[in-house]
Write a protein that binds this ligand. Structure first.
Ligand code: PMP
Length: 337
């Protein structure tokens, strides 16, 4: 219902689009294509207007931590909030010991970025042919962290829970990045109950549609979380963003409806291009098409990839009419040759 009004808003925004090429369409950052529909946006603005801006934000943000804890089915001692989950990658590296990190390309580039910034070696254990996790256990000894991304960016696949547990059994610190978990409908976050060496990263930037507010969170055992909290300055997250994240958790039915819509659209596009697309559990599709430039000329912006995935594009799922334009442009690309 709520999403329908969001769609209406989208239709208006693109109502005059006619031929797709009249509007620029951004499907390159794995964002949620829906801002809040006007009634919810007004409700949020009313909440924000009550925030005293002369006061420092609550530190820690107890009420947001409570709401997140309820959302993930754990306690607020298991949760830490930060300015986007990017920031948490660096924070996590500060609490463990070890001289290298293990990453599994093709994956999110920020793990290697933060590791190098910390002066750590970056050991690459590439994903297998079907993007399954390789033998990361072989490089577990002495690792500051083994990064696992599920669903993975840019490949879209999830790593099976049993495989994640095998890696946790090494005892090495494991950072499980679940930025896209809501679109997969599955999560291994509850494993923090059994494993002290697990930190799960989550974000409000994707399913919750708050990329502009920059709110992410880490979930870990109470002991690991206490160590993480000690690395953080007070007042790290601003009061407006805290309020926005709380508001979204209070309107989880809207978030869920948005996720359902995006997953439906993902499957619609996948069916259309299954010959050259990988199945995905996230809010984007990886396609074996060297079409970035062709699409850009038609106003459709997607992410062109390099290295092992050169000649591939990663396409974020947009609003229905944006996806229609994408489909039309991709058919034109294929007809072209
Ligand atoms: N992890 C992964 C796998 C991502 O793809 C992204 C964003 N593209 C992030 C983390 C960063 O999210 P945030 O906006 O919370 O910093």
């Amino acid at each position: 219902m709520v999403v329908a009004s969001g769609l209406g808003e989208g239709r208006e925004a693109h109502g005059s689009v006619g031929p797709c090429r009249r509007a620029e369409i951004y499907l390159d950052r794995n964002e949620n294509p829906f801002d809040l529909p006007p009634d919810l946006k007004e409700g949020l603005m009313r909440e924000l207007s009550k925030v005293p801006l002369n006061r420092y934000p609550p530190s820690p943000p107890a009420s947001l931590k409570e709401k997140i804890a309820e959302y993930v089915g754990l306690s607020s001692e298991n949760v830490m909030v930060a300015n986007g989950s990017d920031e948490l990658i660096g924070a996590v590296l500060g609490v463990f010991e070890g001289g290298h990190v293990v990453v599994s390309p093709p994956t999110f580039a920020m793990y290697a970025f933060f590791a190098r910034k910390e002066g750590l070696d970056v050991v690459e254990v590439p994903l297998g042919e079907n993007f399954e996790l390789g033998d990361v256990e072989a490089r577990a000894r002495g690792a500051r962290a083994i990064f696992i991304t599920s669903p993975n960016n840019p490949t879209g696949n999830v790593q099976p829970r049993a495989r994640i547990e095998e890696v946790l059994e090494t005892g090495a610190p494991v950072v499980l990045d679940e930025a896209y978990a809501e679109f997969a409908g599955e999560s291994a976050v509850d494993l923090v109950r059994d494993y002290d060496n697990l930190v799960v990263l989550r974000t409000f930037s994707k399913a919750f549609g708050l990329a502009g507010a920059r709110v992410g969170y880490a979930v870990a055992s109470e002991e690991t979380m206490a160590a993480l909290e000690r690395t953080r300055p007070p007042f790290a997250v601003n009061a407006l963003s805290i309020k926005a994240a709380e508001f979204m958790l209070d309107h989880i039915e809207h978030v869920n409806a948005t996720v359902d819509f995006i997953v439906g659209e993902r499957e619609r596009i996948y069916r259309e291009f299954s010959a050259c697309s990988y199945p995905s559990r996230a809010n984007f599709l990886l396609m074996r098409l060297d079409a970035e430039g062709f699409l850009r000329e038609r106003g459709v912006h997607v992410r062109g990839l390099s290295g092992r995935l050169s000649g591939h594009i990663r396409v974020s799922i947009g609003k229905r009419e944006e996806n229609d334009c994408l489909i039309e442009a991709l058919h034109a690309f294929m007809a072209d040759g």
